[in-house]
Write a protein that binds this ligand. Structure first.
Ligand SMILES: [Zn+2]
Length: 308
Protein backbone atom coordinates (compact mmCIF):
# COMPACT_ATOMS: atom_id res chain seq x y z
CA UNK A 1 0.00 0.00 0.00
CA UNK A 2 1.12 3.55 -0.71
CA UNK A 3 -1.27 5.56 1.36
CA UNK A 4 0.04 8.98 0.47
CA UNK A 5 0.10 8.24 -3.23
CA UNK A 6 -3.36 6.70 -3.08
CA UNK A 7 -4.72 9.64 -1.16
CA UNK A 8 -3.28 12.06 -3.68
CA UNK A 9 -4.68 10.04 -6.54
CA UNK A 10 -8.09 9.79 -4.96
CA UNK A 11 -8.09 13.51 -4.43
CA UNK A 12 -7.04 14.16 -8.01
CA UNK A 13 -9.80 11.87 -9.25
CA UNK A 14 -12.33 13.55 -7.00
CA UNK A 15 -11.18 16.93 -8.17
CA UNK A 16 -11.49 15.99 -11.81
CA UNK A 17 -14.89 14.50 -11.15
CA UNK A 18 -16.04 17.67 -9.46
CA UNK A 19 -14.67 19.88 -12.16
CA UNK A 20 -15.99 17.63 -14.91
CA UNK A 21 -19.45 17.50 -13.37
CA UNK A 22 -19.51 21.28 -13.40
CA UNK A 23 -18.43 21.36 -17.02
CA UNK A 24 -20.98 18.77 -18.06
CA UNK A 25 -23.68 20.59 -16.19
CA UNK A 26 -22.73 23.84 -17.88
CA UNK A 27 -23.21 22.23 -21.25
CA UNK A 28 -26.73 21.20 -20.35
CA UNK A 29 -29.51 23.35 -21.77
CA UNK A 30 -30.55 26.15 -19.44
CA UNK A 31 -34.08 26.03 -18.07
CA UNK A 32 -36.34 28.35 -19.98
CA UNK A 33 -36.06 31.95 -18.91
CA UNK A 34 -33.07 31.48 -16.63
CA UNK A 35 -29.46 32.60 -16.93
CA UNK A 36 -29.85 34.07 -20.38
CA UNK A 37 -26.47 35.77 -20.46
CA UNK A 38 -24.87 35.96 -17.03
CA UNK A 39 -22.67 38.88 -16.16
CA UNK A 40 -22.40 41.39 -19.00
CA UNK A 41 -18.98 41.62 -20.71
CA UNK A 42 -16.21 42.97 -18.52
CA UNK A 43 -14.89 46.50 -18.79
CA UNK A 44 -11.21 46.87 -19.63
CA UNK A 45 -10.66 48.07 -16.05
CA UNK A 46 -9.77 45.07 -13.92
CA UNK A 47 -11.97 45.90 -10.97
CA UNK A 48 -15.33 46.59 -12.48
CA UNK A 49 -18.11 47.99 -10.37
CA UNK A 50 -20.80 45.58 -9.26
CA UNK A 51 -24.41 46.46 -8.61
CA UNK A 52 -24.94 43.41 -6.41
CA UNK A 53 -22.34 42.09 -3.96
CA UNK A 54 -23.09 38.85 -2.13
CA UNK A 55 -21.05 37.93 0.95
CA UNK A 56 -21.16 34.31 2.13
CA UNK A 57 -19.39 32.75 5.11
CA UNK A 58 -18.82 29.37 3.39
CA UNK A 59 -19.04 27.87 -0.09
CA UNK A 60 -22.72 26.94 -0.58
CA UNK A 61 -24.19 29.85 1.44
CA UNK A 62 -23.99 32.06 -1.65
CA UNK A 63 -26.38 29.72 -3.45
CA UNK A 64 -28.58 28.97 -0.44
CA UNK A 65 -29.10 32.64 0.30
CA UNK A 66 -28.88 34.44 -3.01
CA UNK A 67 -29.22 32.26 -6.15
CA UNK A 68 -32.35 34.10 -7.29
CA UNK A 69 -30.84 37.47 -6.35
CA UNK A 70 -27.98 36.75 -8.75
CA UNK A 71 -30.24 35.46 -11.53
CA UNK A 72 -32.49 38.52 -11.34
CA UNK A 73 -29.54 40.92 -11.30
CA UNK A 74 -28.43 39.38 -14.58
CA UNK A 75 -31.93 39.71 -15.99
CA UNK A 76 -31.68 43.45 -15.25
CA UNK A 77 -28.28 43.53 -17.02
CA UNK A 78 -26.59 44.20 -13.68
CA UNK A 79 -23.32 42.71 -12.52
CA UNK A 80 -23.24 40.46 -9.48
CA UNK A 81 -20.13 39.43 -7.58
CA UNK A 82 -19.62 36.98 -4.74
CA UNK A 83 -17.22 37.15 -1.78
CA UNK A 84 -16.54 33.99 0.23
CA UNK A 85 -15.17 34.87 3.66
CA UNK A 86 -13.88 31.32 4.19
CA UNK A 87 -13.24 28.42 1.84
CA UNK A 88 -15.04 25.94 4.08
CA UNK A 89 -11.79 24.38 5.29
CA UNK A 90 -12.96 23.63 8.83
CA UNK A 91 -15.43 20.84 8.16
CA UNK A 92 -14.18 17.57 9.71
CA UNK A 93 -17.03 15.40 8.40
CA UNK A 94 -16.26 16.35 4.80
CA UNK A 95 -12.50 16.13 5.40
CA UNK A 96 -12.99 12.56 6.62
CA UNK A 97 -14.93 11.69 3.46
CA UNK A 98 -12.41 13.33 1.13
CA UNK A 99 -9.38 11.81 2.87
CA UNK A 100 -11.13 8.50 3.64
CA UNK A 101 -9.86 8.67 7.18
CA UNK A 102 -11.30 8.57 10.66
CA UNK A 103 -11.83 12.09 11.97
CA UNK A 104 -9.16 11.75 14.64
CA UNK A 105 -6.60 10.83 11.98
CA UNK A 106 -7.13 13.99 9.91
CA UNK A 107 -4.10 16.18 9.23
CA UNK A 108 -3.90 19.85 8.18
CA UNK A 109 -3.44 18.92 4.50
CA UNK A 110 -6.76 17.06 4.58
CA UNK A 111 -8.55 20.26 5.56
CA UNK A 112 -6.67 22.31 2.99
CA UNK A 113 -7.89 19.84 0.32
CA UNK A 114 -11.44 20.36 1.53
CA UNK A 115 -10.97 24.09 1.11
CA UNK A 116 -9.70 23.52 -2.44
CA UNK A 117 -12.64 21.27 -3.26
CA UNK A 118 -15.19 23.70 -1.86
CA UNK A 119 -13.63 26.62 -3.72
CA UNK A 120 -14.09 24.62 -6.90
CA UNK A 121 -17.70 23.97 -5.92
CA UNK A 122 -18.38 27.70 -5.62
CA UNK A 123 -16.65 28.48 -8.92
CA UNK A 124 -18.68 25.77 -10.68
CA UNK A 125 -21.95 26.75 -9.01
CA UNK A 126 -21.46 30.43 -9.82
CA UNK A 127 -20.61 29.58 -13.43
CA UNK A 128 -23.97 27.82 -13.60
CA UNK A 129 -25.64 31.00 -12.33
CA UNK A 130 -23.75 33.16 -14.83
CA UNK A 131 -21.10 34.68 -12.50
CA UNK A 132 -17.67 34.58 -14.10
CA UNK A 133 -14.80 33.23 -11.94
CA UNK A 134 -13.07 36.62 -11.74
CA UNK A 135 -16.12 37.97 -9.92
CA UNK A 136 -15.92 35.22 -7.29
CA UNK A 137 -13.52 36.37 -4.56
CA UNK A 138 -12.18 34.10 -1.82
CA UNK A 139 -10.92 35.96 1.23
CA UNK A 140 -9.38 32.78 2.67
CA UNK A 141 -10.16 33.35 6.35
CA UNK A 142 -10.64 30.28 8.57
CA UNK A 143 -13.86 28.25 8.54
CA UNK A 144 -15.09 27.95 12.15
CA UNK A 145 -12.71 30.74 13.15
CA UNK A 146 -14.49 33.96 12.24
CA UNK A 147 -16.01 34.68 15.64
CA UNK A 148 -12.68 34.05 17.39
CA UNK A 149 -11.02 36.54 15.03
CA UNK A 150 -13.77 39.11 15.55
CA UNK A 151 -13.41 38.89 19.32
CA UNK A 152 -9.59 38.85 19.41
CA UNK A 153 -7.60 41.83 20.60
CA UNK A 154 -5.41 41.86 17.47
CA UNK A 155 -2.30 41.02 19.47
CA UNK A 156 -1.53 37.87 17.46
CA UNK A 157 -3.10 36.24 14.41
CA UNK A 158 -5.40 33.31 15.02
CA UNK A 159 -4.10 29.88 14.06
CA UNK A 160 -6.90 27.72 12.76
CA UNK A 161 -6.94 24.41 14.59
CA UNK A 162 -7.71 22.38 11.46
CA UNK A 163 -5.37 23.74 8.78
CA UNK A 164 -2.82 25.26 11.19
CA UNK A 165 -2.88 28.31 8.91
CA UNK A 166 -2.57 31.78 10.40
CA UNK A 167 -2.84 33.81 7.20
CA UNK A 168 -5.12 33.89 4.17
CA UNK A 169 -4.58 31.37 1.40
CA UNK A 170 -6.36 29.73 -1.49
CA UNK A 171 -5.53 26.59 -3.45
CA UNK A 172 -7.99 26.37 -6.37
CA UNK A 173 -8.07 30.15 -6.53
CA UNK A 174 -5.64 32.40 -4.62
CA UNK A 175 -7.00 34.42 -1.75
CA UNK A 176 -8.11 37.97 -2.49
CA UNK A 177 -5.40 39.67 -0.41
CA UNK A 178 -2.59 37.78 -2.16
CA UNK A 179 -4.03 38.59 -5.58
CA UNK A 180 -4.41 42.29 -4.88
CA UNK A 181 -1.51 42.96 -2.52
CA UNK A 182 0.96 40.25 -3.46
CA UNK A 183 1.01 38.71 -0.01
CA UNK A 184 -1.49 37.03 2.32
CA UNK A 185 -3.20 38.78 5.23
CA UNK A 186 -2.77 37.57 8.82
CA UNK A 187 -5.82 36.14 10.56
CA UNK A 188 -6.60 39.38 12.38
CA UNK A 189 -9.85 41.30 12.80
CA UNK A 190 -8.38 44.35 11.06
CA UNK A 191 -7.42 42.20 8.05
CA UNK A 192 -10.96 40.93 7.51
CA UNK A 193 -12.53 44.37 7.86
CA UNK A 194 -9.81 45.87 5.66
CA UNK A 195 -10.38 43.36 2.84
CA UNK A 196 -14.15 43.81 2.96
CA UNK A 197 -13.96 47.61 3.08
CA UNK A 198 -11.52 47.64 0.16
CA UNK A 199 -13.78 45.44 -1.97
CA UNK A 200 -16.80 47.63 -1.20
CA UNK A 201 -14.86 50.80 -2.05
CA UNK A 202 -13.56 49.28 -5.28
CA UNK A 203 -16.79 47.70 -6.45
CA UNK A 204 -19.28 50.39 -5.31
CA UNK A 205 -22.22 48.00 -4.92
CA UNK A 206 -25.79 49.28 -4.83
CA UNK A 207 -26.87 46.35 -2.66
CA UNK A 208 -24.91 44.15 -0.26
CA UNK A 209 -26.10 40.73 0.88
CA UNK A 210 -24.81 38.76 3.87
CA UNK A 211 -26.01 36.25 6.46
CA UNK A 212 -28.20 37.61 9.29
CA UNK A 213 -26.73 38.27 12.73
CA UNK A 214 -29.42 36.05 14.29
CA UNK A 215 -28.23 33.04 12.26
CA UNK A 216 -27.32 30.32 14.75
CA UNK A 217 -24.01 29.41 13.06
CA UNK A 218 -21.18 31.43 14.61
CA UNK A 219 -19.45 32.06 11.28
CA UNK A 220 -22.73 33.27 9.79
CA UNK A 221 -23.57 35.85 12.43
CA UNK A 222 -19.95 36.96 12.54
CA UNK A 223 -19.97 37.41 8.77
CA UNK A 224 -22.69 40.00 9.33
CA UNK A 225 -20.62 41.86 11.93
CA UNK A 226 -17.59 41.90 9.65
CA UNK A 227 -19.55 43.08 6.61
CA UNK A 228 -21.37 45.74 8.65
CA UNK A 229 -18.05 47.03 9.99
CA UNK A 230 -16.41 46.86 6.56
CA UNK A 231 -19.34 48.68 4.98
CA UNK A 232 -19.12 51.38 7.62
CA UNK A 233 -15.38 51.76 7.05
CA UNK A 234 -16.07 52.12 3.31
CA UNK A 235 -18.75 54.75 3.94
CA UNK A 236 -21.30 52.53 2.24
CA UNK A 237 -24.78 53.90 2.77
CA UNK A 238 -26.91 51.45 0.77
CA UNK A 239 -28.93 48.58 2.16
CA UNK A 240 -27.43 45.44 3.67
CA UNK A 241 -29.88 42.65 2.91
CA UNK A 242 -29.49 39.79 5.37
CA UNK A 243 -30.51 36.16 4.95
CA UNK A 244 -30.86 33.30 7.44
CA UNK A 245 -29.40 29.89 6.65
CA UNK A 246 -29.46 28.20 10.08
CA UNK A 247 -32.10 28.77 12.74
CA UNK A 248 -35.39 30.59 12.81
CA UNK A 249 -35.98 33.77 10.81
CA UNK A 250 -36.25 36.99 12.81
CA UNK A 251 -39.62 38.13 14.14
CA UNK A 252 -41.66 40.11 11.69
CA UNK A 253 -42.07 39.76 7.97
CA UNK A 254 -39.03 39.98 5.68
CA UNK A 255 -38.35 43.34 4.06
CA UNK A 256 -37.88 41.67 0.69
CA UNK A 257 -39.17 38.38 -0.66
CA UNK A 258 -38.20 36.79 -3.93
CA UNK A 259 -40.69 34.11 -4.94
CA UNK A 260 -38.78 31.78 -7.23
CA UNK A 261 -40.14 30.72 -10.60
CA UNK A 262 -39.99 27.07 -11.58
CA UNK A 263 -36.96 27.84 -13.75
CA UNK A 264 -35.22 29.67 -10.88
CA UNK A 265 -35.94 26.73 -8.56
CA UNK A 266 -34.38 24.38 -11.10
CA UNK A 267 -31.30 26.59 -11.49
CA UNK A 268 -30.89 26.92 -7.72
CA UNK A 269 -31.25 23.17 -7.18
CA UNK A 270 -28.67 22.46 -9.88
CA UNK A 271 -26.22 24.94 -8.34
CA UNK A 272 -26.67 23.35 -4.91
CA UNK A 273 -26.09 19.90 -6.40
CA UNK A 274 -22.71 21.18 -7.59
CA UNK A 275 -21.87 21.76 -3.93
CA UNK A 276 -22.69 18.14 -3.11
CA UNK A 277 -20.03 16.70 -5.42
CA UNK A 278 -17.48 14.51 -3.71
CA UNK A 279 -18.91 14.98 -0.21
CA UNK A 280 -21.39 12.09 0.00
CA UNK A 281 -23.06 11.31 2.29
CA UNK A 282 -22.48 14.52 4.25
CA UNK A 283 -24.19 16.95 1.87
CA UNK A 284 -26.52 14.53 0.10
CA UNK A 285 -29.57 16.50 1.20
CA UNK A 286 -28.19 19.97 0.57
CA UNK A 287 -30.17 20.68 -2.60
CA UNK A 288 -33.33 19.02 -1.28
CA UNK A 289 -33.19 20.93 2.00
CA UNK A 290 -32.27 24.37 0.70
CA UNK A 291 -34.07 24.70 -2.62
CA UNK A 292 -36.89 26.70 -1.06
CA UNK A 293 -39.63 28.54 -2.92
CA UNK A 294 -38.61 31.97 -1.55
CA UNK A 295 -35.47 33.92 -0.75
CA UNK A 296 -36.15 36.26 2.16
CA UNK A 297 -34.18 39.27 3.36
CA UNK A 298 -34.19 41.65 6.28
CA UNK A 299 -32.64 45.04 5.61
CA UNK A 300 -30.02 46.57 7.84
CA UNK A 301 -28.34 49.92 7.31
CA UNK A 302 -25.08 51.20 8.67
CA UNK A 303 -24.22 54.71 9.59
CA UNK A 304 -21.21 55.98 7.72
CA UNK A 305 -18.08 56.39 9.78
CA UNK A 306 -17.62 59.87 11.17
CA UNK A 307 -15.19 61.96 9.11
CA UNK A 308 -11.74 62.21 10.64
ZN1 LIG B 1 -22.32 28.30 6.06
Amino acid sequence: MKPLFNTARRFAALFLLTFASGMVADDAPSPAGVVPQGNPPLDPARRVSLEVLVFAPHPDDEVIGCAAVILRAHERQQRAGVVLLTSGDGYPAIAAVVARKERDALAPDDFIRVGALRQQHSLNAMTRLGVSPDLVMFLGYPDSGLEAIYRQDDSAPLTQKFTKKSETYGVTQRDYHSIVHGRPAPYLKASVIGDIAEIIRDRQPKEIYVTHELDTHADHRTAFWFVRDGARAANYTGPILTYVVHGQPPAGPPDRRLVLTKAEMDAKRAALEVHQAGTSPIHDQLAAEYTKPEEQFWISRVEAAAPK
